[in-house]
Each structure stands twice: as C-alpha cells, then as structure tokens.
Ligand binder design. Sequence first.
Ligand code: AMP
Length: 120
Amino acid sequence: MAYDATNIFARILRGEIPCNKVYEDEHVLAFHDIAQAAPVHVLVIPKGEYVSMDDFTANASPEEITALFSAAGKIARDLGVAETGYRIISNAGEDGHQEVPHFHVHVLGGRPLGPMIKRA
Ligand code: AMP
C-alpha cells in the first residue's frame, strides 16, 4: 500500500493540526489518542512515512526502529503503567481495522484491559 501523505498523522507531523504531545525525538512523536479507550492511551508514531508495522520493519532504518520501540517502553514507564500493566497494539490493514494509514502503536493502560481480542 502506497503512503498517503494526506492522512491525519502526517498532518500532525507537518504541524498543520495540533496534538497533545507526550514525547518527541529525532525519529518519533507520541501523543494522547483523541478518543481515549483507557486512562492511558498514547499513540507512538515514526516521523518517517510508513504505513504499517510490516512496512516499517521492512523499510525503516535500525535507528528509526529502535527509537520507536524504545519510546513506547519509556512512555509506559513514564506514565506509570509499567507498574500496573499495559498493552501495545498496532492495527494494520483491513482485517486489523486500521483507521489511520500511518504506522502507529497504541500504548494502553491504567485499568484492567480485559481479554486480548473479541472472539468472533
Ligand atoms: P487505528 O488506525 O485503528 O489504530 O486507530 C487510529 C487512532 O487514531 C484511533 O484510536 C483514533 O482515536 C486516533 N486519532 C484519530 N485522529 C486523531 C487525532 N487528531 N489526534 C489523536 N488521535 C487521533
């Protein structure tokens, strides 16, 4: 799938729309999800143009990949959920119910999150 530069996270990265920033470095931006599904719900995104986890891990540099996963772990520690437990989710494609076609991981926690997925 080709990257669509009009997606909402691309617009956040360009500064065209605001976000509630949690963390930023050379390769990564993290911000609170606009529709919080849990008391802690942060989106961690690469600054580069990648659609999904499979695109990111195939095409990003080792520095970008390290930066993204290091940031997710740091955010879990900094926001206190490393103590109580948390979940990392990355939705991809149609079956994964991905809404925004810029790779992101959700960091969710702050309450018991229940079973991993709804059974069909
Ligand atoms: P998904 O692509 O299914 O992993 O979900 C995309 C997530 O982005 C959803 O949880 C939305 O609530 C969230 N979202 C969409 N627009 C914004 C925005 N402008 N700021 C923060 N989060 C957003």
